[in-house]
Design a protein around this ligand. Structure first.
Ligand code: NAD
Length: 253
């Protein structure tokens, strides 16, 4: 591992498990002070106890609900007060509540939009003034390969497509301040979220992946670390598919 993020402050939402945890591990391995927000207090404490002993960076956990605007704003302001700055914001927390459109309740619509989309907006809005002041920032938000449309996921797809629009707009507004904004659209990655999917639906999907297997959380962490690094300075407003080629669509041969 390099020390690319030594001296940098990286904020990650939903970092207690899954992709978030892999990113916390990667950024801390590369020397960052990583502030991690998650609503799952038990998993958050376990993650931070396991990772902070073995990695050179620092891990600062915070239990909060990212769908609450005030909690997100306070967390970002407090992290900046402690570290003096924020270099990287990663809007990763997400949930699914799948159903066909006519069966999605108001609650299931609102909850999915709140965690997957509203939370990213709250994070970006709170982080931007601090990044602008420094003349530097990297914002990464989690979309999904399904942002293009997916059966049984209207709420999730609407949120993940919203992430694309938010990202492209923040890229324009942040550009002259040295701030980039990009999105990652994962395919089938081995996390508790994927494990919650119906087994046979999952197997059918895996057969469609050109690279012929699911991805590991570390595959996402590697892409995130590149996009969040100073080296990615000329990349902004993109949606990076990390999906083994699944987003290419079907081949006629
Ligand atoms: N795993 C995949 O295959 C996949 C594919 C496409 C997109 N994604 C996206 O990647 C991101 C991470 O997914 P994952 O698979 O690691 O999910 P996960 O369910 O394994 O982990 C999500 C984390 O977010 C936290 N979280 C959920 N709601 C929260 C809230 N209101 N406040 C604070 N924390 C909250 C959870 O406690 C958990 O630690 C999500 O945005 C997801 O939509 C994942």
């Amino acid at each position: 591992m390099t020390d690319r993020f030594s001296g940098q402050t990286v904020l990650v939402t939903g970092g207690a498990q899954g992709l978030g945890r892999a990113m916390v591990s990667r950024f801390a391995a590369e020397g960052a002070s990583v502030h991690v927000a998650d609503r799952n207090a038990v998993a958050l404490a376990a993650m931070s106890a396991e990772l902070c002993t073995e990695l050179p960076g620092k891990i600062v956990p915070k239990v909060l609900d990212v769908s609450d605007s005030d909690q997100v704003t306070d967390w970002i302001d407090q992290s900046v007060a402690t570290e003096g700055k924020i270099d990287v914001l990663i809007n990763n927390a997400g949930i699914i509540r799948d159903n066909r459109v006519e069966k999605i309740s108001d609650d299931d619509w609102d909850a999915v939009i709140a965690v997957n989309l509203n939370a990213a907006f709250y994070g970006v809005r709170a982080a931007l003034p601090h990044m602008r002041e420094m003349g530097y920032g990297r914002i990464l938000s989690f979309s999904s390969m399904s942002w293009r449309g997916n059966f049984g996921q209207a709420n999730y797809v609407a949120a993940k497509a919203g992430i694309v629009g938010l990202t492209r707009t923040v890229a324009l507004e942040g550009a002259k301040f040295g701030i980039t904004a990009n999105a990652i659209a994962p395919g089938l990655i081995e996390t508790p979220m994927l494990a919650s999917m119906n087994g046979s639906a999952r197997d059918k999907l895996v057969k469609k992946v050109p690279l012929a297997h699911t991805g590991a959380p570390e595959d996402i962490a590697a892409a995130a670390a590149f996009l969040a690094s100073p080296e990615a300075r000329y990349i902004t407003g993109v949606v990076l598919d990390v999906d083994g080629g699944l987003g290419i669509g079907s081949s006629i041969r």
